[in-house]
Design a protein around this ligand. Structure first.
Ligand SMILES: NC(=O)c1ccc[n+]([C@@H]2O[C@H](COP(=O)([O-])OP(=O)(O)OC[C@H]3O[C@@H](n4cnc5c(N)ncnc54)[C@H](O)[C@@H]3O)[C@@H](O)[C@H]2O)c1
Length: 358
């Protein structure tokens, strides 16, 4: 069944895209439809689009080349050079200001395609059709768009909401297991910061069941947490920072392990980050659930100084102080905690010492 999510000023549909997208398009009066996909979503997800849209499929030659040349990792394509190729394709398709861009993909396609649409001819409408769990629960919600620049993640971008978001869990059927788990870390985060019932439900979930999960309700609950927060604080002046729970230490781990033979996915890093950043008296309880989905990964002590250097570069820092946004006692409440180097090391040690068997 297709439904709307509360707290959002634009429709967010959860359910069969074949139902919701054509119905919604009928209520609009777009001159053209421009579809942006990456090589995987072009191959695996495009055929699931309703024929009305698939028929209007347009992907510029430049974009196809840009995406096909670097299939080894999508984040490396989240650049201003790719945007140039997308804008070029938009001009070649002669998109006017009444055209619609459909972003079919994970967070990379959504962030970058949304940014290109929001800036093309000073902005045209776009919709997000997220195809990864991470994009469904997080990236497609909240209007943050942009690209990496000089190796700094999301360094250039804008805030702009899509005209609508279409979430069809059916896309998850082709998503690799590791990507699915990666997105699940954000579902866990949303539960921990805002929805105790969702957290209870997650605690009883079986790891093996992730790929067979009925996602509709879980997604609805998870997305409702994010939409509530971003509707209260669209520009991250206050409570939106709570969405960064786990990310001060998590981002440092993600960047550090990216340079090694065994990189962590974003979600794997955030899962460890949440365990490190959570209040001490809750760590053991969280670990019982989180370590079932994200097996323990020992962090070498020799990496601690490099990890601390990365934390010192975190964008939430003020006046040279490393800060973590952590949940307070009540759902949707937050406190800032200053993190000193010794404390960061201690928290990493504590994580290393968590010895639950999986
Ligand atoms: N805007 C935001 O608020 C926000 C929030 C969180 C993350 N992000 C951004 O999201 C990006 C990460 O997004 P992601 O994890 O979705 O990664 P991604 O977009 O790189 O997708 C991961 C991989 O899965 C493939 N894929 C996508 N859908 C598939 C499907 N249904 N079946 C099979 N393969 C599929 C993609 O081709 C890609 O290889 C990062 O750039 C991050 O900065 C943005």
């Amino acid at each position: 069944m297709t439904q709307h999510v509360p707290f959002s000023n634009h429709p967010i549909f959860i359910g069969a895209l074949a139902e919701s997208l054509p119905e919604w398009l009928k209520t609009r009066n777009y001159s053209q439809v421009f579809l942006l996909a990456d090589v995987h979503t072009d191959r695996l997800c495009r055929s699931l689009l309703p024929v009305e849209v698939a028929g209007a499929y347009t992907i510029g030659e430049h974009m196809e080349q840009a995406l096909l040349t670097k299939v080894h990792g999508m984040e490396v394509l989240k650049t201003i050079q790719s945007c140039e190729a997308i804008w070029q394709a938009m001009f070649e398709a002669r998109l006017d200001r009444k055209a619609l861009v459909i972003n079919l993909g994970g967070g990379v396609v959504g962030d970058m395609g949304g940014f290109c649409a929001a800036t093309y001819k000073r902005g045209i409408d776009f919709v997000q059709v997220p195809t990864t769990l991470l994009a469904m629960t997080d990236a497609a919600i909240g209007g943050k768009l942009g690209v990496d620049f000089n190796s700094i993640k999301n360094a250039v971008g804008v805030f702009q909401n899509p005209a609508a978001v279409f979430i069809d869990p059916f896309f998850l059927k082709t998503l690799p297991e590791r990507e699915l788990r990666s997105g699940f870390a954000e579902v866990i985060k949303h539960a921990l910061i805002g929805d105790r019932t969702l957290w209870q439900r997650i605690q009883t979930m079986l790891v093996q069941s992730l790929s067979a999960t009925a996602w509709d309700e879980l997604l609805e609950a998870s997305i409702a947490v994010k939409t509530k927060i971003v509707s209260e604080d669209p520009r991250e002046a206050g409570i939106r920072a709570l969405l960064n729970f786990g990310h001060t230490i998590g981002h440092a781990l993600e960047s550090f392990f990216l340079q090694t033979e065994q990189p962590l996915t974003h979600g794997e890093a955030i899962a460890i980050g949440m365990l490190c950043e959570s209040p001490e008296d809750t760590t053991a309880t969280l670990a019982q659930t989180i370590l079932r989905f994200f097996p323990h990964r020992q962090i070498p002590e020799s990496a601690f100084p490099a990890l601390w250097k990365l934390m010192e570069q975190d964008k939430k820092n003020t006046s040279g102080t490393v800060r973590m946004a952590v949940p307070d006692a009540e759902p949707f409440s937050m406190q800032w905690q200053v993190l000193e180097r010794e404390e960061a090391y201690r928290r990493l040690w504590t994580y290393n010492g968590l010895n639950f068997s999986n």
